[in-house]
Design a protein around this ligand. Structure first.
Ligand code: SF4
Length: 404
């Protein structure tokens, strides 16, 4: 029987790129390694299902916005057909890779209710579209699992249209805005589509989205724009203020990060990694030493709701028992607690491991709800395949297992 693959070696050093991407700048502020390390890691966790569906929705919106739909269809019909087509393309891609095959079908992986809501919101958005009359062919979905190359033009550039380049070497910014329109000569509307929610609990526009378009504005002005208007488009369009105050704040932030990350310099990852609840969305976790050190400590300190560490666990293997629902794995975590992972697919090869070896699980699902005094305690009972057959508990579709 094949044993689980070895834990990838830790990322030790990364090279700082010449340009920063506005779309990743919010993440860069929380943990520099999470952005700078992606291209250097030998193993990445699969993207989360919500991020994948967000990419699909983004693609559908872009194609419909550009008028890539047949004139005889209503906007909503075109939207439904296009989403079905793009979903099929996405599922074919995901099914080809072992680590993402369990994410197919996507509506089941996301949860039928959440999928329906996302589709409903997309159709509602499409119903307000005005047909542009281009009716061009729909472009195929790009590679969902590709890591952005970070390549692109390196001279000042301010394009218009869809996926328009904005390049400003003077402030080290390079990115592609979803859409840039020149409304009158010298004045530009920069529009970014957002497939997920746009507001936080207080009703404020999400800081990452706001920062992203402000960085676009800065790049556009550096590249020659006379005036810029910023729009975030979710279910509705929202204006993002852009004036002297915002310009000054954005410049100051950019200067601070640029100083800490000199272009072309090779830096040690220990200084760049900043573990915290945001590690949940990070695909570098198996090769991030700081995260692997931080995790066991975070498991024993009840975090505030919404700040829980990722549903990962690792420790010394004690026992593997095979039953009708797969393998039941017992391990002793770094805090000395007994942890049980149930319903593990025997094909993962845990039965071929010996007691005393280190075993690492990433992206599990919790079998128990461990709430204490309004806080959530890290579970000690997890599963891959849910013991209730999926009635209430979810399958761990993105689970990755490694041996030490
Ligand atoms: S796992 Fe956490 S600390 Fe490590 S790179 Fe990702 S976000 Fe940063």
């Amino acid at each position: 029987m094949t044993r689980p693959p070895p834990l990838p070696s830790s990322l030790e050093r990364v090279e700082v790129p010449a340009f920063f991407s506005p779309s990743r700048f919010g993440a860069l502020g929380r943990c520099k390694l999470s952005v700078l390390g992606e291209r250097s890691a030998s193993v990445l966790l699969p993207p989360g299902v919500h991020a994948l569906v967000g990419t699909l929705v983004h693609h559908v919106r872009r194609e419909l916005s550009e008028g890539h739909w047949k004139a005889e269809l209503s906007q909503e019909q075109a939207c439904t057909l296009l989403l079905a087509e793009v979903t099929q393309q996405a599922e074919a891609q995901l099914a080809r890779t072992t680590s993402t095959a369990a994410l197919v079908p996507l509506n089941e992986a996301m949860g039928f209710r959440a999928w329906e809501l996302r589709e409903l919101r997309l159709r509602r958005w499409a119903s307000r579209l005005v047909l542009k009359g281009k009716n061009g062919p729909v472009r195929p979905l790009g590679d969902l699992l590709a890591v952005p190359t970070g390549q692109g033009p390196d001279t000042p550039r301010l394009e218009t249209g869809d996926e328009a380049w904005l390049v400003a070497p003077s402030v080290r910014l390079r990115g592609r805005a979803d859409r840039i329109e020149q409304t009158v000569p010298g004045t530009f509307d920069i529009i970014d589509f957002k497939s997920g929610r746009l507001h936080d609990e207080e009703g404020q526009l999400l800081p990452d989205a706001t920062l992203q378009v402000r960085l676009y504005a800065l790049a556009a002005e550096e590249a020659g724009a006379g005036a810029v208007r910023l729009l975030l488009e979710g279910d509705d369009r929202h204006h993002v203020p852009w004036g002297d105050t915002e310009r000054g704040e954005t410049r100051a932030l950019l200067r601070t990060i640029s100083k800490k990350l000199p272009a072309g310099k090779t830096l040690g990852t220990e200084d760049l990694a900043e573990p915290g609840p945001h590690c949940r969305g990070c695909r570098l976790r198996p090769s991030c030493r700081r995260y692997l050190d931080w995790g066991p400590n975070a498991w024993t300190h009840p975090p505030l709701p919404g700040q829980e560490p990722p549903l990962d666990v690792w420790g010394t293997l004690e026992r593997v028992a095979t039953g009708a629902r797969g393998d039941t794995v017992e391990l002793r975590d770094a805090n000395g607690h007994l942890v049980i992972v149930d319903g593990v697919n025997p094909a993962r090869g845990l039965g071929a491991m010996a007691a005393g070896e280190m075993v690492y699980f990433f992206e599990l699902e919790r079998t128990e709800d461990r709430r204490a005094h309004g806080r959530v305690v890290h579970p000690r009972n997890f599963h891959e395949s849910p013991p209730d057959g999926g009635r209430r508990l979810r399958q761990a579709r993105s689970l990755q297992v490694f041996r030490g």
